[in-house]
Design a protein around this ligand. Structure first.
Ligand code: ADP
Length: 341
């Protein structure tokens, strides 16, 4: 069964995503510490009549980076422009956005780790001094001209903060890491979104969906949509706990929320690498999967859930994982203890 896409959004999802995405900060659930710091920064900037400092959000896909980037400008009453590091391939691509900025407006660059070096360097003076340096002409006749920009806020999002160069990272006033959500927070998200869809949802059904969405609001939304379809097609439209369990089982999602690709990853380590340690490249080749998909989308949750550990020699299954897969763990070996992250 193909993996349920985390990053890819279909037309229907795009429309519904808009409906489900919190519009204001007070509609956001969870991430309380990040939320409190962002709120203080906004409040202080507003009271001083200054532009908000640049903010970087990092964390696995679907945890709310784009949501933060869209509610912040709304909270400040300023414009938002959205760009992606994947398409800003030359300084001129960025120029359009920078020259369109209004005083205090927000430029959001998603996947900022994908900016090529030349674009990154073009961004430094823009972030630091609100100016850009443009080279005119070539060779001995080349001249640098300085162009002032309106003071603005850059919000960057990345799933790979480790890939950002230190000079870029250091130019952000705040760097915020988004972590996975608790089951209670996800149950609240599922309950609110079921109300937006006007589908009846039992309290224990909300908890069931919440505990099977890998700590990720975007997956909570995707799972809710599927359970809603299943309830409409196979039942009377009401989502009970049993309906949720049946619907999710049909997608191959197990009681810890792991999908077929997660289990394939764990079973590859178990069967091909004898439980590990194994390097992510070797696992990816064996599974015929992209290394980036494993390290961005699959591994963060499995590490967080304590099903896999990282050791100096690679990934290794934990005793909890053997239990989950229903196989007996090998006798303790001399492998050094891994760390969760
Ligand atoms: P990212 O940019 O980190 O990949 P998004 O911000 O696009 O993730 O979040 C995906 C979806 O999850 C959003 O459209 C929204 O519906 C939901 N979501 C994310 N964060 C929250 C939150 N804190 N509270 C409620 N819903 C959220």
């Amino acid at each position: 069964m193909p993996r349920e896409p985390i990053l890819q959004r279909t037309e229907r999802e795009t429309e519904e995503d808009r409906q489900l995405r919190p519009q204001l900060m007070r509609d956001m659930i969870g991430q309380r510490e990040v939320f409190a710091r962002v709120e203080i920064a906004i409040d202080a900037a507003r009271k001083r009549g200054e532009v908000l400092g640049h903010i970087l959000f990092d964390g696995p896909p679907g945890l709310g980076k784009t949501t933060f980037a869209t509610v912040i400008p709304r909270e400040m009453g300023v414009d938002l422009q959205i760009a992606s590091g994947a398409v800003l391939q030359a300084p001129k691509d960025l120029l359009v956005y920078l020259t369109n900025l209004q005083e205090g407006s927000v430029l959001f660059i998603d996947e900022i780790h994908r900016l090529p070096k030349a674009v990154e360097e073009f961004l430094y003076p823009a972030m630091e001094d609100f100016r850009i340096d443009i080279a005119l002409g070539e060779g001995v006749n080349a001249r640098m001209i300085n162009m002032p920009l309106k003071p603005f806020t850059l919000i960057g999002a990345t799933t790979r903060s480790g890939l950002l160069s230190a000079p870029l990272r250091d130019r952000f006033m705040m760097r915020e890491h988004l972590d996975f959500y608790s089951i209670a927070e996800l149950a609240e998200i599922v309950t609110r979104n079921a109300a937006k869809f006007r589908v009846p949802l039992a309290e224990d059904a909300a908890l069931e969906i919440a505990s099977r969405c890998r700590g990720t609001p975007r997956l909570a939304n995707n799972r809710l949509r599927w359970v809603r379809d299943y309830a409409t097609s196979r039942h009377d439209g009401r989502i009970t706990r049993t309906v949720a369990q049946q619907a999710l089982a049909m997608q191959g999602i197990d009681d810890r929320g792991l999908d077929p690709q997660d289990r394939k990853y764990l079973e590859t380590i178990l069967r091909v690498f004898d439980g590990g340690p194994a390097g992510v490249e070797a696992i990816a080749h064996t599974m015929n999967a992209a290394i980036d998909t494993l390290s961005d989308e699959v591994e963060p949750f499995l590490l967080r859930a304590g099903l896999v550990v990282r050791t100096p020699r690679g990934r290794k299954l934990t005793a909890d994982c053997y239990e989950h897969l229903g196989v007996s763990a090998p006798a303790a070996d001399n492998e050094p203890q891994g760390e969760l992250f």
